[in-house]
Design a binder for this molecule. Structure first.
Ligand SMILES: [Zn+2]
Length: 92
């Protein structure tokens, strides 16, 4: 039986058309959102499904992946800096 309760976007708080809700699953372990159609979050890590407007869901996932890319860049730079420091210590 479909759930006809009014829903509000988790992102911007607008009321949602029940037929156009995009559900995202929150992983309580790492705090990241995923599309339940594409990613299976383990049951013991799932915080459950949250309702988003379709546009908000897309921008949420996009912002998150950009964030992850930046994090990866930072880790890469950090690893590089650390390697250079170790090298410098050895030389010095
Ligand atoms: Zn929204």
């Amino acid at each position: 039986m479909p759930d006809e309760r009014p829903r509000f976007c988790e992102c911007c708080g607008r009321s949602l058309n029940n037929k156009r809700i995009k559900w995202l699953e929150l992983n309580s372990k790492d705090g990241f959102w995923s599309d339940p159609d594409k990613v299976k979050v383990p049951d013991d890590e799932s915080q459950g499904l949250f309702a988003f407007g379709s546009r908000c869901a897309v921008s949420k996932l996009r912002a998150q992946s950009q964030h992850l890319e930046r994090e990866a860049d930072r880790r890469f730079l950090w690893a590089k800096v650390t390697a250079e420091c170790e090298l410098g210590e050895k030389i010095g």
